[in-house]
Design a protein around this ligand. Sequence first.
Ligand code: SF4
Length: 205
Amino acid sequence: METISYEYGDALYVNLTNRCDCACIFCLRNNGHKGSIYADDLWLEHEPSREEALKDLLSRDLSRYTELVFCGFGEPTYRIDDLLWLVDELKKAVPHLPPVRINTNGHANLIHGRDVTPGLAGRIDVLSISLNGSTPEEYVAVTRPREGAKAWDAMLDFTRSAAQYVPTVMMTIVNKDKTPEEIEACRRMCERLGATLRVREYIPD
Ligand code: SF4
C-alpha cells in the first residue's frame, strides 16, 4: 500500500517522490528499501499525480496538524511545481492550513536548471535544508551527490536565495563526529546565508 501522507508527531508528512540526486550513506533508499516497514510503506511504485495527492490530503482534517511537511523518501523538490500547486489548492480549500515546511537537500535549482526560490514566497513557511557536512569534501563523502562538489555550492546558493522568500530557513546537521569548532563554523556559515543552524542528536539504529 503506497503512502502519500502519514502522521508523525503532531504533523502531517507528504511523500510525493522517491527520486533523489544524492545517495547519502545513511539513507534507507540506498541500504535497500526492503525489510523496513517504514521504507516499504513509503516506496512509491508510481508517483501520485498532483490530483491524487490533493485528494489524499483533502480527505484529512488538515486544521488539526501543527505542520504540513513535504518530506518522504526522496527529494521533494523534484516535484516543486506540483508541490507549489498543491499548496495553492490547499490554501484555497482549507481555511486554517497549518504552516508548510519542505525538508530538502537544497538541490532544487541544480535539479531544474533554474531558480525556483521566488515561487516559494507566500507558500512555504519553513525550509529545512540538510547541511550534512562542514566542508565540501565531507559533504560529498556523506551525501554522494550525482554532480559531486557542484552540489555543495548549489545547496549554499539555494539557501541564500530561499532566505529572501521563506520566513524560516534552517540548516540541519547531526552532531555525530562533529567537534564544537566544526559546529560553530557551520553556525557562522548558516548565518551568512540567512539561515539558522539546527543541530540534531545522532540516534543510533
Ligand atoms: S538527500 Fe534525503 S532522500 Fe536523498 S539520498 Fe540523502 S537522505 Fe536519502
